[in-house]
Design a protein around this ligand. Structure first.
Ligand SMILES: [Zn+2]
Length: 105
């Protein structure tokens, strides 16, 4: 009888441990996902800094602004560096026009 109880308790413990292990695996997966995301954001941040610095330094930034725009980001002051997606933006277009630049397409 007590032997059976021990077996049962052991079985429950095994199940509980398996659950904890499963949850840990989920946490590890999430940490990996976040680490990848952080790395991506750090690289993007570095790239945007470069663009901003060269834009501040004068003419050299124009081609990089245009590149940024063509990569799908806003370069207009109100939405600068936000994802533009496939949509056109009147602010961006008039900004490019003022700089004498032409977007792709
Ligand atoms: Zn824009």
């Amino acid at each position: 009888m007590s032997n059976n109880l021990q077996v049962e308790a052991g079985g429950m413990l095994t199940v509980a441990l398996a659950e904890v292990e499963g949850q840990l695996n989920e946490v590890i997966k999430e940490v990996r996902r976040l680490r990848t995301k952080v790395r991506f954001l750090e690289e993007e941040n570095k790239r945007l800094r470069t663009v901003i610095v060269s834009a501040e330094q004068g003419d050299g930034g124009h081609s990089q602004l245009l590149q940024l725009y063509n990569e799908g980001f806003h370069i207009c002051p109100p939405h600068f560096a936000r994802v533009r997606g496939g949509e056109g933006c009147l602010f961006c277009e008039s900004f490019l026009e003022k700089k004498g630049l032409k977007p792709n397409g």
